[in-house]
Design a protein around this ligand. Structure first.
Ligand code: FE
Length: 164
């Protein structure tokens, strides 16, 4: 598959890349709208399609298919940084912070087709597709994702022990 070849060329040699390097590499892919089509998956265990298409010691690459009016959980990326480029549609990226042991929305911005969404270390966010068309994005994380956490508006983290 041509996309996997491009990923291997552009991302496969990165070791401990910076956010900027991830974004620069993603923006260099030609004809992503066509190349990504075979890798778009339907929702299964998540309300969205999530397809890991490339994984090595340093990077993990996945394709996200967020159907119309669907959003992800509020989550972090464990120890990883990440960058995503919007290939189809657009999304609303909501950024959260923990304040007084509560999770609260701190900012939100629209990310358009061709633009990148950057996830620095420690970022907590949620992606929402408010449109009537699907949103397709290509994501790269470094190091590969491990120990991600989901958050709920009323509780800090699912991974924290219950002190009650
Ligand atoms: Fe994320």
């Amino acid at each position: 598959m041509k996309l996997l070849y491009c990923i291997h060329q552009q991302l496969g040699k990165l070791k401990n890349p910076t956010l900027k390097e991830l974004g620069t590499a993603l923006k260099q892919f030609p004809d992503l709208s066509d190349l990504i089509q075979p890798f778009i998956t339907d929702p299964d265990q998540f309300p969205y399609g999530r397809n890991v298409i490339y994984l090595n010691e340093h990077v993990e690459v996945l394709v996200l298919n967020l159907p119309p009016h669907v959003e992800t959980a509020i989550h972090d990326h464990g120890q990883s940084i990440g960058c995503a480029i919007i290939v189809e549609g657009k999304l609303l990226n909501s950024i959260y912070r923990i304040n007084d042991n509560q999770i609260e929305r701190a900012a939100a911005s629209t990310v358009q087709k061709g633009e990148c969404l950057y996830s620095p270390s420690g970022l907590i966010h949620k992606m929402s597709n408010l449109q009537n068309e699907q949103m397709i994005s290509l994501h790269v994380y470094s190091p590969p994702l491990i120990n991600m956490s989901n958050y709920h508006e009323r509780q800090v983290s699912e991974t924290l022990p219950d002190f009650a």
